[in-house]
Ligand binder design. Structure first.
Ligand SMILES: [Zn+2]
Length: 210
């Protein structure tokens, strides 16, 4: 639920803070790194759009570089997946090898949408790819970023990102409202306001007529 909320509110799935307008980042495996490096090298002349949904949300450049460095599966070429997973019917067995290289990639945007394979995050046009073999290769990139980072610009993170489970539930319910739900809630609120106003007016006129 937290990942879904971050995606909806354009928050980084690593640190939970909002991502400023502009590119968003994610970490990709060997196969996708190779595909993206071909796409970027080919200079298509039009936007490339991969419609495949993802379960992982986007993040800040620094956060994604950092998670690529510290995640045991993403950080090393010989690394193996510690837990089996299943993504849109594709099995990811435990012990799966990450492969020779991986990448941290920037896209011009993303959306949370439903696709034939199921709902997920669909990323936009790739803008930049930082390829790496082991997590240490990214140290220079991260240092460069941290020197430019201004911590004062950062807004505090919302309570639902921490250990407040009730806040997560409330935020989640709010986020999954459809436009019809919102219209219904607004209509109910409006009716309630009108009712109260009438009550007040009735009271006032009773007072006048006394
Ligand atoms: Zn972040």
């Amino acid at each position: 639920m937290r990942v879904f909320l971050c995606v909806k509110e354009r928050r980084c799935t690593v640190c939970g803070l909002e991502i400023p307008p502009g590119p968003i980042w994610r970490v990709v495996d060997t196969e996708e790194t190779e595909m993206l490096s071909q796409v970027l090298a080919a200079d298509l002349g039009h936007k490339f759009h991969n419609q495949a949904p993802n379960q992982e949300g986007p993040g800040h450049r620094a956060c994604m570089i950092y998670s690529a460095m510290i995640c045991p599966f993403l950080a090393g070429p010989g690394a193996r997946r510690g837990r089996a997973g299943n993504t849109y019917g594709m099995e990811m067995p435990k012990g799966d090898v990450r492969g020779g290289k991986a990448g941290v990639v920037a896209y011009d945007g993303y959306e949370f949408t439903s696709t034939p394979a199921g709902p997920g995050v669909v990323y936009g046009h790739p803008l930049e790819l930082i390829e790496y073999e082991s997590g240490e290769d990214l140290l220079g990139e991260l240092e460069k970023l941290l020197q430019n980072e201004d911590a004062d610009d950062l807004a505090p993170c919302p309570p639902w990102l921490l250990d407040d489970e009730a806040a997560v539930e409330v935020a989640f319910k709010r986020a999954i409202r459809t436009p019809e739900d919102v219209a219904r809630l607004n209509a109910a609120r409006h009716a309630e306001q009108t009712r109260r106003k009438k009550q007040k007016q009735a009271k006032a006129s009773r007072r006048r007529n006394r």
